[in-house]
Design a protein around this ligand. Structure first.
Ligand code: SF4
Length: 338
């Protein structure tokens, strides 16, 4: 395969030992007006001080229940929501303060695959136009649109003769492959997959995950894989970050998170994974509802649901502890370095 100058620049970045994406103390707060004449304002802290980094060719799985802020985090990184504080560096550039022009150029390197394969495709455009639209916008067409579209369809395991069909003529799994083809068309560095397989049947989920893994190897991609399903995430992620009420409460290598989870919330999520042929009546199943991010509990946000809660958890913010690259935020673990 011919290597162009853009691919060479990407390979140089891949070789560097610095994070592709560095997120520090990122906050996305929304103000909601309530009451008579909308005078009373409430602050929804959807993302409330998130810090993590992602290396080139790495996949981080971001898990948590609905409403924990994981989708808002992804949308903030994409510039679809305005950040309220913190910083985001992508390829060493400060994403949150980039000019509109520079941000547009950067968007080529930062792509997304959304949950609903049908609504994220324009029903009036055929597949060729959908998957080559970005190439046209960014003036990256080196051949006819037809040639590019056929290559992209082959890459995602679809018949190249389908390029003139419209989205409604495909199954859910095929549509998600088209979304993936569109995402990789611009040779991005990072793809944010927001519940990208959640709407698919289990067998199709596995196929799309295998496709993402093979594309990652071929194109040196990084993924931020957002999902509520820890078992799905564990099949694709190198590391897993667990999010609760706008904050990351634990992050570590996938094997450590699955086999040696530290945070009580992570343990509850793992206990909730269904096992074929087993009825689960587990003590550690997730119980209770997630509190409103407009009025998070004092101290540890998780204390009303935590089976391990201690008196200190009700009033003091839990400390952050790192050990061998495993991060946890809980009063049960003493801070140390590692
Ligand atoms: Fe549970 Fe306390 Fe740890 Fe929070 S800090 S997870 S309430 S033990």
């Amino acid at each position: 395969m011919k290597i162009n100058s853009k691919d060479r620049a990407k390979a140089q970045w891949d070789a560097a030992d610095v994070p592709l994406l560095e997120v520090s103390d990122l906050k996305t707060w929304f103000e909601v007006k309530r009451g008579i004449f909308s005078r009373k304002a409430e602050q929804i802290r959807a993302v409330d001080g998130v810090t993590f980094s992602l290396m080139a060719n790495e996949t981080i799985g971001l898990v948590g229940e609905s409403g924990c802020g994981k989708t808002t985090l992804g949308r903030t990184l994409l510039g679809l929501e305005a950040a309220s504080g913190g910083s985001v560096f992508f390829r060493g550039e400060p994403l949150l303060t980039l000019s509109h022009r520079r941000m547009k150029a950067m968007r080529r390197r930062l792509q997304v695959v959304f949950q609903d394969p049908l609504s994220s495709l324009n029903p009036r455009m055929n597949v060729m136009d959908i998957v080559t639209e970005g190439l046209l916008q960014f003036r990256m067409l080196t051949d006819s649109r037809e040639v590019h579209a056929k290559r992209l369809l082959r890459e995602v395991g679809l018949d190249e003769e389908m390029i003139y069909r419209f989205p409604h003529e495909f199954s859910g799994g095929q549509r998600q492959r088209i979304n993936v083809a569109r995402a990789i068309s611009l040779r991005p560095d990072l793809i944010i997959c927001d519940e990208a397989v959640s709407a698919l049947d289990v067998s199709i989920q596995a196929q799309v995950i295998n496709l993402l893994l093979s594309l990652q190897q071929r194109h040196h991609l990084s993924y931020l894989f957002i999902s509520h399903d820890l078992s799905v995430v564990s099949n694709i992620a190198d590391r897993i970050a667990v999010m609760y009420l706008g904050r990351i409460v634990e992050i570590g290598k996938t094997i450590d998170i699955i086999e040696k989870p530290l945070h009580p919330y992570t343990r509850m999520l793992i206990a909730a994974i269904p096992v074929a042929g087993q009825k689960r009546v587990d003590q550690e199943m997730v119980t209770g509802e997630t509190p409103s991010p407009a009025a998070p509990p004092n101290g540890c946000h998780f204390h009303p649901r935590c089976p391990e809660a201690m008196p200190v958890c009700r009033h003091a913010e839990p400390p952050e502890a790192w050990k061998n690259g495993h991060y946890v935020c809980c009063h049960m673990y003493r801070p140390n370095s590692g």
